[in-house]
Design a protein around this ligand. Structure first.
Ligand code: AMP
Ligand code: GLY
Length: 444
C-alpha cells in the first residue's frame, strides 16, 4: 500500500521512518516533508493546508492511507474532505478537531463531563478579563482560544503579567483572531505528562507515557516553545496513574464527544499536570505530539501501518485486547533549534556532521526543519533536528543522544542540556539507598 504523511516536522519524519519499516507499505510519501523524510520516501510539494491539492494527489496516486501530523489541516477539515472522496485517512473530523482548535470548547467539554482541569472563566471583553484578574488571589494562565502554534498560553506569576497577557492577546491581537476570546485559568503546580491515545469508536489504546520540555532554556526558563525535547517512558507515568488517566480523562472525553455528536476518531493527546490532588488536563490535542512522537516511534515495535489502519477500519479492539509491543529501553530526544526560536530566526544555514551522527549505534537523527539546497542540508525552521537515542536506561539514552548532538553543528544552533534530567533524578532517588548527591545526573 502507498501511504501519505501530511506535514514537515520531526514528528512526520519519525512517522515516515516507522511506516517504511512496515511490510504492508510499498511507498511512503510526505507532503511537503523535509530533507529527512526525503530519505525515507518521496516528498510531494504540497503544503499541509492545501486540502484540495492533497485530495487530488491522494486520488491520482492511489494512496491507501493518509496520516496527518499538524493540527491546522485537521481544524480545516482535511478528514472530511478525504472521506468525501472515499479516501482512508487517520484523524478527527473538523467538528471533533474543535477539541484542540478551541480551548473554550475543550474547557466546556471538561466542565460538562467532569474531567479534572484547572478552574477557569472565558472572556471576550478585555475589561471584564482585567477585572477578573484583579479579583483573583492566585496566579493564572491566560490562553488564546484558537490555534496559536503552541505559543498561545501565557503562564503568569503576577497580576501585572496577567494584565500584560490580556493586552497582548486581546488588544494587540498578537495571535490574530485566535485571541478574540481567552480562557483565564488557575495556574497549577506539578509535573507535566503527555498521554497519547489511539481512539476509534469507544476503543482507546494508550501509547506509553512521555514527557516533553516546553520552555526554551535549561531549568525551564524562557518562553514556551513547541517542545525542546522529550523522553519515554517517564517514571511518573506509573501503570496506576495511566489507568486513572484513562478512567477520569480519556473515557469521559471520548464519551463526551459522542454525546455532543462529534465522535472522535484518531489520535487524542492529553497534556496533563500531575498535581498533589491528581491529574489535571491542561489541554487536548487531536494529533501526535512533536517531539513526543520521536521517542515513541523509536520504541514502538508494533506495525504502525496496521495500527493506523485499525483506527480507520474500526478494528482497534484487537490491539486493545493484545496490547502494543514496545522496546523496553527508554528513548530520549533532544531538539536542536535555531537561535532566536520561538521568536524570529534565520534559515538556510548549512548543517554539518549528520553522517557522523548517523553512524552512532541506537541513534536516529530525525529532521524537524530542514531542506536540501544546492545539494546540502540546510536549516529551514525554528526546530531543526530531533536527535533521538535508545539506551539501557534513561541516563544511557540521554548520554547517547548528547553524544550524537556533539557531532552536529550549524551557525546559531542551540539546545537544552537537561532533557530527561528530572526523571533521572527521580529514578536515582527511588533506588534503594539512592541519593542525588553523587554528582548531577545532568553532567555529561
Ligand atoms: P497549553 O497550550 O494549554 O498546553 O499550555 C502550554 C503550556 O503552558 C503547558 O504545557 C504548561 O507548561 C503551561 N500551562 C498551561 N496551563 C497551565 C496551568 N493551568 N497551570 C500551569 N501551567 C500551565
Ligand atoms: N509537544 C507538544 C505538542 O505537540 O503540542
Amino acid at each position: 500500500m502507498k501511504v501519505l504523511v501530511v506535514g514537515k516536522g520531526g514528528r512526520e519524519h519519525a512517522l515516515c521512518w516507522k511506516l517504511r519499516q512496515s511490510p504492508r507499505v510499498q511507498a511512503v510519501y510526505c507532503a511537503p516533508g523535509n530533507a529527512g523524510s526525503a530519505e525515507e520516501g518521496i516528498n510531494v510539494e504540497i503544503e499541509a493546508h492545501e486540502l484540495d491539492r492533497l485530495v487530488r494527489f491522494a486520488r491520482q496516486e492511489g494512496i491507501g492511507l493518509t496520516v496527518v501530523g499538524p493540527e491546522e489541516p485537521l481544524a480545516l477539515g482535511i478528514v472530511d474532505a478525504f472521506e468525501k472522496e472515499g479516501l482512508r485517512i487517520v484523524g478527527p473530523s473538523k467538528a471533533a478537531a474543535e477539541l484542540e482548535a478551541s480551548k473554550v470548547f475543550a474547557k466546556e467539554l471538561m466542565r460538562q463531563f467532569d474531567i479534572p482541569t484547572a478552574e477557569f472563566r472565558v472572556f471576550d471583553d478585555p475589561d471584564l478579563a482585567r477585572k477578573y484578574i484583579e479579583s483573583r488571589d492566585h496566579p493564572v494562565v491566560v490562553k488564546a482560544d484558537g490555534l496559536a502554534g503552541g505559543k498561545g498560553a501565557i503562564v503568569c506569576s503576577t497580576k501585572e503579567e496577567a494584565l500584560a497577557a490580556v493586552e497582548k492577546i486581546m488588544v494587540e491581537q498578537a495571535f490574530g483572531a485566535a485571541g478574540r476570546r481567552v480562557v483565564i485559568e488557575r495556574r497549577l503546580d506539578g509535573q507535566e505528562l503527555s498521554v497519547i491515545a489511539l481512539v476509534s469508536g469507544r476503543t482507546i489504546v494508550m501509547l506509553e507515557p512521555t514527557q516533553d520540555h516546553k520552555p526554551a532554556f535549561d531549568e525551564d526558563r524562557g518562553p514556551n516553545t513547541g517542545g525542546m525535547g522529550a523522553y519515554s517512558p517517564t517514571p511518573i507515568g506509573t501503570p496506576e496513574l495511566m489507568r486513572e488517566i484513562e478512567r477520569v480523562v480519556l473515557v469521559p472525553a471520548v464519551h463526551g464527544m459522542r454525546r455532543l455528536h462529534r465522535p472522535f476518531r484518531g489520535v487524542l493527546y492529553a497534556g496533563l499536570m500531575i498535581t498533589p490532588q491528581g491529574p489535571r488536563v491542561l489541554e487536548f490535542n487531536v494529533r501526535f505530539g512533536d517531539p513526543e512522537t520521536q521517542p515513541l516511534m523509536m520504541r514502538l515495535k508494533t506495525d504502525l501501518c496496521a495500527l493506523l489502519e485499525a483506527i480507520v477500519d474500526n478494528q482497534l479492539e484487537s490491539f486493545a485486547a493484545s496490547g502494543l509491543e514496545w522496546d523496553e529501553r527508554p528513548a530520549v530526544c533532544v531538539v536542536l533549534a535555531s537561535e532566536g526560536y520561538p521568536g524570529p530566526y534565520q534559515k538556510g544555514r548549512t548543517i554539518f556532521g549528520l553522517d557522523h551522527a548517523a553512524q552512532l549505534p541506537q541513534v536516529k537523527v530525525f529532521h524537524s526543519g530542514t531542506k536540501v539546497s544546492n545539494g546540502r542540508v540546510v536549516t529551514d525552521g525554528g526546530r531543526v533536528l530531533s536527535v533521538t537515542a535508545l539506551g539501557e536506561n534513561l541516563l544511557e539514552a540521554k548520554r547517547r543522544a548528547y553524544e550524537a548532538v556533539k557531532c552536529i553543528e550549524f551557525a546559531g544552533m542551540f539546545y537544552r542540556r537537561d532533557i530527561a534530567d528530572r526523571a533521572i533524578r527521580r529514578l536515582r532517588l527511588a533506588q534503594p539507598g539512592g541519593d542525588a548527591g553523587t554528582g548531577s545526573p545532568g553532567t555529561l
